[in-house]
Write a protein that binds this ligand. Structure first.
Ligand SMILES: [Zn+2]
Length: 439
């Protein structure tokens, strides 16, 4: 057994209280073995009984952040096209470039996205994209945790091509489930309720269930996604989703912006989760998700950045701040979506939504940890560290990142990816990609 200890810092407990404590990790199992309660927090001890000791003096140890909805390789399109509504942006800018993506582009984009994520204290992400094997290989190397799925689309395809795409979605989910020493899990991921026709849901959802796969899809993101379903099927989108068998407790949908009360009740009854992506929803002017009502109804809400092209970064700390701010505006109530709620959403809420045991620091939990340096002007004074996480902390405050008991970043240096090489490759491939698309 090899062991790791995080010494001298404060620890965010599952009840969101904070105290000085040392965290002991069994690196063989990847779990937290103990959290002491007797640390004086003054300075790192030199005689700690562990193979590796990380200094957390002046720091806050929090559960690693969980990005429950993203398209990680879209980092290559960061800043390529902004300031347009969703449908125009997808058709004019994003889809033409995505059509030119090669597997190597996706690998390089995933490297960049995972590098950025580790530097932002993210220890797990849920990814819907293409060429899943490329992303899986980077996850394996980088040491992060991920739930991966192939985004299935049927519109603008003939029946044979659409069925082949859905079959691919099932095949890659089976192939990579449990990969990277169990750090990779998978889901069946039909892109959305409007980009996959009913007949493919009817054929392939039962097959996904037979394989024990959760289902992840985009839903109710814009008004333009709601109206066609009401017109064609005579019911609201989530009633349609329930009819298709898409709202099981292990399922999670991205966005849920335009939901009526019946749909919120349906989510509460079925136990399906919503991944709130406030930055993307604001930037594309998609609307404001009713997060306070979802929480009051007992729906599990996680946080996601969505792709970087609509964000434009992968920081869950930014997302938490956005979620709190926009949640108050939506509810017309400054006490709505408080700091505790968004801190819970980016840790345990997201983890629960995508089927992970992480999101809490306690003995027996996965050792997925972000360590934030509190000795910063913008984090001074320290009246309330939960408030700081929600409103004041930035990705660049993350000093160490630990996932499954392994140190992925120490003192801002990522140990599992070569930062300079990854950034150089990504910049080169992104330029070449855009040139091909614009020819
Ligand atoms: Zn998305």
């Amino acid at each position: 057994m090899t062991t790791l200890a995080l010494i001298g810092g404060q620890v965010l407990r599952p009840d969101l209280s904070v105290d000085y404590a040392d965290i002991y990790i069994d690196q063989t199992t990847g779990e937290i073995s103990a959290i002491s309660t007797d640390s004086d927090g003054l300075e790192a001890e030199t005689d700690v009984d562990a193979d590796t000791v990380l200094d957390a003096t002046g720091c806050l140890c929090t559960p690693g952040f969980v990005n429950a909805h993203t398209h990680i390789a879209m980092t290559l399109l960061r800043g390529y096209a902004d300031d347009k509504p969703l449908e125009t942006w997808l058709r004019e800018d994003i889809w033409p470039v995505e059509a030119e993506l090669t597997p190597e582009d996706i690998r390089v984009g995933a490297e960049l996205g995972i590098l950025e994520s580790i530097k932002a204290g993210t220890t797990a992400f849920a990814d819907m994209y293409f060429e899943i094997g490329e992303t899986a290989a980077v996850v394996e190397q980088a040491g992060i945790r991920a739930l991966l799925g192939h985004g299935v689309i049927s519109v603008a395809k003939d029946r044979e091509a659409a069925r082949a795409d859905a079959k691919k979605g099932l095949a890659v989910a089976e192939e990579y489930n449990g990969a990277a020493d169990g750090r990779i899990s998978t889901a069946f991921m039909p892109h959305s309720l409007t980009t996959v026709d009913a007949e493919y849901y009817e054929e392939f959802v039962p097959e996904a269930r037979d394989r024990g796969l959760p289902i992840h899809f985009h839903a109710n993101e814009t008004v333009n996604e709601v109206e066609p379903i009401v017109e064609e099927h005579g019911v609201r989108p989530l009633e349609y989703a329930a009819d298709l068998g898409l709202l099981e407790p292990e399922d999670f949908l991205a966005h849920g912006v335009h939901l009526d009360e019946r749909e919120i009740d349906l989510l509460a009854q079925t136990g399906a989760s919503v991944i709130h992506c406030p930055a993307s929803n604001m930037k594309l002017a998609s609307g404001i998700a009713p997060v306070q009502q979802l929480r009051e109804a007992g729906v599990t809400v996680g946080l996601g950045t969505d792709g970087t092209a609509s964000n434009n970064d992968l920081s869950l700390l930014d997302e938490a701040r956005d979620a709190a701010m926009i949640g108050k505006l939506a509810a017309d109530d400054a006490s709505a979506v408080p700091a505790e709620a968004v801190v819970e959403m980016m840790t345990r809420g997201s983890a629960e939504a995508i089927g992970l045991e992480s999101g809490r620091l306690e003995a027996g939990a996965p050792a997925d940890i972000a360590v934030l340096d509190l000795e910063q002007p913008h984090l001074t004074p320290a009246h309330d560290l939960v408030s700081h996480l929600a409103y004041a902390a930035a990705a660049s405050d993350v000093r160490h990142t630990v996932c499954a008991g392994q140190v992925l970043m120490e003192d801002r240096e990522v140990l599992t990816l070569d930062e300079a090489a990854v950034c150089e490759r990504a910049a080169e491939r992104a330029m070449a990609l855009v040139e091909r698309a614009e020819q």
